[in-house]
Ligand binder design. Structure first.
Ligand SMILES: [Zn+2]
Length: 238
C-alpha cells in the first residue's frame, strides 16, 4: 500500500496475468494480502456476465487472489476488482489502534515491546514482552488510548531511511533492530507529530477519530514474560 489515502480506494480495473487451479494473479491490485499481522481483504472480481468472490489473498509481488476452482479466467482477461469495504475499513481502524496501543504500552511500562500482532475485522490482539498486566494497568492503557483517539490526530505516511527513523524513535519501540540491515528505506506510518511512528506496510485510517471506541476483551499469559491483549472497536464486535 503506497499511501494512507490509497487505503480508501475499493474499485479498480485489472488484467489477469496468470492463473492457477483456484487462484489468479492480476497486473495490478488493491487487495491487501495477509502480512504484517493484518488479515487479507475479501471482495469480488467481475466482468461482462460473470463475478467471482475473492475469499483469500496471499503473497507479495505475485499476489494470489483465491476465487475457487473452475473459475474460467485466462491470462489477458479484463476484470473489475471490488474490495469489501466494511472488512477493509475494520482492518484499517484495528491496525491504527494497534500502533497507538503499542506506543502507549512502551511509554507507560518501561519499554515493553510489541512482539506480535494479529489484526482481524472483529477482534485483534497484541503480544507484549516483557510484561504482566494487572487490571489497573489495563484500565490505564485503554483509558489513555481512548483519550488520544478523541483528539482525532492525523495519521500520515512517508518513506524514511533507517537512520531518520532511529533518530526519532527508539529501535526497540519500532522493532527497527529486528529488520535486516539491508533494508535501507521504509514506509513509515505516523500518528500526529511523531506521537507514534512505525515502519508498516498495512492499511490505516487517516485520522484517529475513525477508530471509535476501543474495548478491552481480555488478556492471556503466553509464557516467558509475554502477555497477549485482545481488543475490539465499536461496531466491530462479532
Ligand atoms: Zn503496522
Amino acid at each position: 500500500m503506497e499511501s494512507i489515502q490509497a487505503g480508501y480506494l475499493t474499485n479498480f480495473e485489472a488484467q489477469i496475468n496468470s492463473v492457477d487451479e483456484d487462484s489468479v494473479v492480476l497486473d495490478r491490485t488493491l487487495f491487501y494480502p495477509i502480512g504484517g499481522g493484518q488479515n487479507w481483504d475479501t471482495g469480488t472480481l467481475s466482468w461482462d456476465g460473470g463475478e467471482l468472490v475473492v475469499s483469500e489473498v496471499r503473497g507479495r509481488g505475485d499476489v494470489q487472489h483465491f476465487v475457487g476452482e473452475d473459475h474460467g479466467l485466462a491470462p489477458g482477461d479484463a476484470v473489475s476488482g471490488k474490495i469489501d469495504w466494511n472488512r477493509r475499513h475494520a482492518h484499517m481502524r484495528m491496525h491504527t489502534a494497534q500502533h497507538l496501543v503499542s506506543g502507549i504500552v512502551y511509554e507507560m511500562y518501561d519499554g515493553a515491546r510489541t512482539v506480535g500482532n494479529q489484526i482481524h475485522s472483529d477482534r485483534s490482539r497484541i503480544d507484549f514482552n516483557p510484561i504482566r498486566f494487572d487490571e489497573e494497568m489495563i484500565d490505564a492503557i485503554f483509558q489513555k488510548a481512548n483519550e488520544i483517539v478523541e483528539t482525532d490526530l492525523e495519521v500520515t505516511d512517508c518513506i524514511m531511511t533507517r537512520d531518520e527513523i532511529n533518530a526519532i524513535m527508539p529501535p526497540d519501540r519500532t522493532n527497527m533492530d529486528l529488520l535486516p540491515i539491508s533494508v535501507k528505506q521504509l514506509r513509515v506510518v505516523k500518528i500526529g507529530d511523531n506521537v507514534d511512528l512505525c515502519p508498516c506496510a498495512g492499511t490505516h485510517v487517516k485520522g484517529l477519530g475513525e477508530i471509535g471506541e476501543m474495548k478491552y476483551l481480555g488478556k492471556k499469559n503466553k509464557g516467558k514474560g509475554t502477555t497477549r491483549v485482545n481488543y475490539t472497536l465499536s461496531g466491530c464486535e462479532s
